[in-house]
Ligand binder design. Structure first.
Ligand code: ADQ
Length: 458
């Protein structure tokens, strides 16, 4: 029987408190792995000496087999934090001005990919199917092929693929395009990402469409496709329905009773548009003074990648902005922006989404954005809140029934907040139903099975 081998930088093992990660992708892939008896390979989160011999540590958890790779501090600095998060992440999100390229980082990125390949290859059986996830591991397929691996390899990119002019600001970008051409299937969230990728191939005069969905480049032939990721919709609906029993929510929510809540939930990342969102909320309150003391923005934002300078800047800027807005518009007994740098459990999160009249999902650029989908799936069907969604998120492509905004236009966002709060219940229900039809048809399990059946197709 063929096995599924999933490879990603991080693996979905429980945290130090034994809490398993909540992400839908982990849930869906774990379900498939349990059925197909494969394993999940990724970083062990252990940092070892540079001269430690490379090896894999097997581990079993919750019926899933893992194969874990240790990395040295230098590996992390160059591969993970360096090339992946300081070069690829900003450029793929349209911010080449924030990229901090160095040749050492690029070399470290390729070195770690080569090591992943060398450790994985001896474990492979002939009919194993390999699913590589995300921008950390773009060269992995090519490294595996160099070692003689002829297994099916699929690659899925969780972040946007940028337009060709922006992509070509990555020094030696050609190696990334060539690397992907060694896959059997390359998947993206949206047709826009796919067309950007194909344009990049064409610019190199490498790309040629052979037939629908099939391309040739760098002497390789491979399939490309669009697979919009989603959430475990049914699970989120039931979490939200039952959230009233959540103990944390029973403590936190009573303090917000009587307020119209707008909720934002994002990692603290410059791509998420948090500052512009807070400015828009401030402007909305400034022009609707009657709403001060009655409306609050609950912004739940765990810190992320804090050792990277661009992230420290956004942390500082957001914290200062929140202080200024609360200073200006707060009163002795009310604070307009509740800003929290912590993670929240999934059941409490679903309950908070359900209590919020507005879901504010306004990234400047986002591959998909699962928060948008979680917010809608958590609503009370008889009295749902309204999703305000950035046009520049992958999610906007299928969720046209949300109130779509330009996240750079803070005045438009402020006006949309007021519109959302006065939207008649009938229209809120219509919009909610339209989005739920999409989310029920396209949940994360469908994402997973669509990708795998395309990968297994000849
Ligand atoms: P992210 O950039 O992390 O993912 P997103 O899709 O919104 O963005 O997923 C974040 C997840 O973390 C959501 O499930 C959310 O509930 C959870 N989360 C965020 N803040 C939290 C908090 N404070 N407490 C608890 N949970 C929190 C990348 C890409 C996205 C793409 C996904 C999946 O950047 O565009 O949608 O991968 O492909």
């Amino acid at each position: 029987m063929s096995r599924l081998i999933v490879v990603s930088n991080r693996v979905p093992l429980p945290d130090e408190n034994g809490v398993p990660p909540a992400g839908g992708m982990a849930i869906a892939l774990k379900a498939v792995l349990k059925k197909e008896h494969g394993f999940w390979m990724g970083w062990s989160e252990r940092v070892v000496a540079e001269d430690a011999p490379p090896e894999l540590t097997p581990l079993q958890d919750d019926g899933i087999n893992y194969q874990l790779v240790d990395l040295s501090q230098r590996d992390l600095d160059e591969y993970y934090e360096g090339f992946a998060n300081r070069v690829l992440w900003p450029i793929f999100h349209g911010r080449p001005d924030l990229a901090e390229y160095s040749e050492a980082r690029r070399a470290g990125y390729h070195r770690v990919n080569k090591r992943f390949a060398e450790l994985l290859n001896p474990l492979l059986r002939d009919d194993d199917v390999i699913w590589v996830n995300d921008y950390h591991l773009i060269p992995l397929a090519e490294e595996l092929r160099k070692l003689g691996c002829s297994n099916r390899i699929g690659f899925f990119l969780h972040i946007p693929w940028p337009p060709a002019d922006i992509f070509s600001t990555v020094p030696k970008y050609d190696a990334l395009l060539r690397g992907l051409s060694f896959c059997n299937l390359v998947g993206f969230h949206t047709d826009y990402d796919l067309s950007n990728f194909l344009e990049c191939l064409n610019r190199e005069e490498q790309g040629k469409r052979i037939e629908e969905g099939f391309y040739a480049a760098y002497q390789n032939e491979f399939r490309c496709g669009v697979f919009p990721i989603s959430i475990d919709t049914a699970n989120f609906e039931s979490l939200a329905e039952n959230a009233a029993r959540n103990e944390r929510l029973q403590v936190t929510y009573p303090r917000m009773v009587g307020y119209d809540i707008a909720i934002g939930v994002d990692r603290l990342d410059y791509s998420k548009g948090i500052e512009k969102r807070i400015v828009a909320f401030r402007d909305f309150l400034r022009s609707h003074r009657e709403r001060v003391d009655k409306t609050l923005l609950l912004q739940i934002t765990p810190k992320s990648r804090a050792s990277i300078p661009a992230y420290r800047v956004v942390q500082k800027d957001v914290a200062e902005l929140v202080g200024r807005v609360n200073g200006e518009l707060g009163t002795v007994d009310s604070v307009p922006v509740h800003y929290i740098n912590k993670s929240v459990g999934q059941s409490e999160l679903a309950g908070l989404y359900r209590k919020a009249r507005i879901g504010l999902v306004t990234p400047l650029r986002d591959g998909m954005n699962l928060v948008a989908k979680e917010y809608v799936a958590s609503q009370d069907p008889l009295d749902p809140g309204v999703l305000i969604l950035s046009r520049f998120s992958g999610a906007a492509r299928k969720l046209g029934a949300a109130m779509l905004v330009n996240p750079y236009d803070t005045e438009e966002m402020a006006r949309t907040m007021e519109k959302a709060l006065v939207l008649p219940r009938g229209e809120r229900i219509d919009r909610w139903r339209a989005i739920m039809t999409v989310l029920r048809e396209h949940d994360v399990h469908k994402w997973c099975s669509d990708f795998l059946s395309s990968l297994n197709r000849h």
